[in-house]
Design a protein around this ligand. Structure first.
Ligand code: PHE
Length: 326
């Protein structure tokens, strides 16, 4: 019978020399058996001897098991580090996933709408979000006492400048500076003092359209917008109802029949009309020779209808969990 301490040393050395887990396990079992079998000597010992042998055997078993765990751990670590070394060198493994951005639904709908108007011969122009009082109001025939000028509706910056309250301000710019005829659209952000709720936001988006040519009629405007709605929504019923805008005469509200879960609702998507002769005149265009049509559509409204979004604020918050759904 070998000395127990020697057995433990031998066992540990042997386990450390192995590279595979099952080999280490085999060594562990063999030596544990051998250590345990030394208990056979018990019967020939006095009680002090029995006690000593018992504790020696226990100690040996614990030492073997502890070393066994350590060896196992180091084999596992070696294996994973080899694996990751292999991975970092391999050309064939798929690359690590990179989080990618998504196009905002407003931007997507805006581009789609622009695409439709482009096929109708419109070109895209840019305006300015900071506007003069005259482009936003006066040149659009909005009289001094009109409620739209009220402090509660407009974000004034200083003196004559303000944050445009509609993209119609681009009409004033274009009519003054462009050669005739005109056929443009202008997408952009607009600002109004509103108490934000699920259908109102103080920042929202419009697409303005302006067409100035000889012999333009109200039926052209209706046909154009009906065609846009058909392209954008598919077969829908479009309704034009008389409305009032100081810069168009006659004016109309454009709505589509939207099939909700319970019933059909009319949802307004914008305003439109024939450019008021005063507006043409102020821009230096002869209203007897030239006629104009104009429209302004709510891009947020189009987006909410397209994706069944119930709260306009979601469009502005920029939450990634919201955007990832589209
Ligand atoms: N500017 C109007 C609005 O913001 C919409 C409109 C545009 C109406 C062009 C008529 C012509 O409500």
């Amino acid at each position: 019978m070998k000395d127990i301490k020697k057995l433990v040393d031998e066992c540990c050395e042997l386990m450390s020399s192995k590279k595979e887990i099952n080999e280490v396990s085999r060594v562990r079992s063999r030596y544990l058996d051998e250590v345990t079998s030394s208990l056979k000597l018990m019967k020939d010992l006095d009680s002090a001897g029995k006690k000593k042998l018992g504790s020696e055997v226990n100690f040996a078993k614990k030492a073997i098991l502890k070393h066994y765990q350590d060896v196992l751990e180091s084999i596992k670590n070696k294996k994973t580090s080899n694996l990751s070394k292999m991975h970092s060198k391999s050309k064939f493994l798929p690359a690590a996933k990179v989080a990618s951005g998504k196009m905002h639904p407003l931007e997507r709908v805006k581009r789609e709408a622009i695409g439709i108007f482009k096929t109708m011969g419109f070109s895209v122009v840019d305006g300015s979000e900071i506007e003069s009082e005259s482009n936003n109001f006066s040149l659009l025939n909005i009289p001094k006492d009109h409620p739209a000028r009220d402090e509660t509706d407009t974000f004034w910056i200083s003196g004559d400048s303000l944050l445009r309250t509609h993209t119609s301000s681009v009409q004033s710019r274009i009519m003054q500076s462009n050669d005739l005829p005109i056929r443009v659209i202008c997408p952009g952000r607009v600002y109004r003092r509103e108490n934000d709720d699920s259908t109102h936001a103080s920042v929202f988006h419009q697409i303005e359209g302006l067409l100035v040519d000889e012999d333009i009629k109200f039926s052209d405007l209706k046909g154009l917008l009906a065609e846009f709605c058909k392209e954008f929504f598919g077969e829908v019923t479009v309704r034009f109802r008389p409305d009032y805008f100081p810069f168009t005469e006659p004016s109309a509200e454009v709505a589509i029949a939207y099939k909700g879960k319970k019933n059909e609702n009319w949802i307004e998507i914008g305003g439109c009309g024939m450019v008021h002769p005063n507006v043409l005149q102020m821009a230096g265009i002869d209203p007897l020779k030239w006629k104009g049509l104009a429209f302004g559509m709510g891009v947020d409204r189009l987006t909410m209808l397209r994706h069944d979004i119930r709260d306009i604020r979601l469009l502005l918050e920029g939450g990634s969990r919201f955007i990832e759904q589209f």
